[in-house]
Design a protein around this ligand. Structure first.
Ligand code: G3P
Length: 220
């Protein structure tokens, strides 16, 4: 399962990248706006921190404008994946950009029918939003399972990126569902490390060791 960080914040990205487990980054207009820098500048800075797929979302809503904007975003860096919303114009743009060999992450997916459309349009990645479905009382992870089944039935190559993940449980469930990628807010990735028994076990190891060897052991 690939781990992407769902943030445009450079400090979070540097910290996550230092753990050696971050395979890519997703951004969206809200996350870019939060950092206050022009998208091209922010995305270029992100590409210098994480060597992997970096999703940058268009803000145009009409197909031709989306195509122009998508081509511009793709020119920022070879790792940029253009993000288009799952609208009729977004799918039109996805079909055109994919035919041109550009990689598109189709976002704001909330149904298996939408995901089927995105795969048929040649999407490189589909982003079903689990947390936002949970927020309205649906079972967001069901959508991941349905999409995985449909894509397997027809051999679609589109990668399923579980998005809008709110907890370590979401990440585990996305893994159980076989999602290719999970995109995590930094705080969720950080929480994933935590277990009280790990802390307790390490404390006991060090206490037992210190009883016999006063100095910190020197390797060798
Ligand atoms: O960036 C796409 C998606 O992960 C957004 O998640 O938390 O805003 O629902 P969220």
């Amino acid at each position: 399962m690939k781990f992407f960080l769902d943030t445009a914040n450079l400090d979070e990205l540097k910290k996550g990248a230092s753990w050696g487990i971050v395979d890519g980054v997703t951004t969206n207009p809200s996350l870019i706006a939060k950092e206050g820098k022009p998208i091209a500048e922010q995305i270029r800075a992100i590409c210098d921190i994480v060597d992997g797929d970096i999703s940058a979302e268009v803000v145009a809503t009409e197909a031709q404008a989306m195509i122009r904007e998508g081509r511009e975003l793709a020119r920022i860096h070879k790792n940029v994946v253009v993000k288009c919303p799952l609208t009729r114009d977004g799918i039109k743009a996805t079909s055109a950009l994919s035919k041109d060999g550009l990689r598109v992450n189709v976002t704001l997916c909330f149904s298996a029918g939408q995901a089927l459309i995105a795969a048929k349009a040649g999407a490189y990645i589909i982003s079903p939003f689990v947390g936002r479905l949970d927020d309205i009382g649906w079972t967001g992870m069901e959508l991941i399972r349905s999409i995985m089944t449909i894509y397997k039935n027809y051999g679609f190559k589109t990668q399923v990126l579980a998005a809008s993940l709110r907890s370590p449980t979401h990440v585990i469930d996305a893994g159980l569902a076989g999602a290719h990628i999970g995109t995590l807010p930094f705080k969720v990735l950080d929480m994933l490390f935590n277990h009280p028994l790990t802390d307790k076990g390490l404390e006991q190891f060090l206490k037992d060791y210190a009883k016999v060897f006063q100095e910190t052991p020197v390797a060798g």
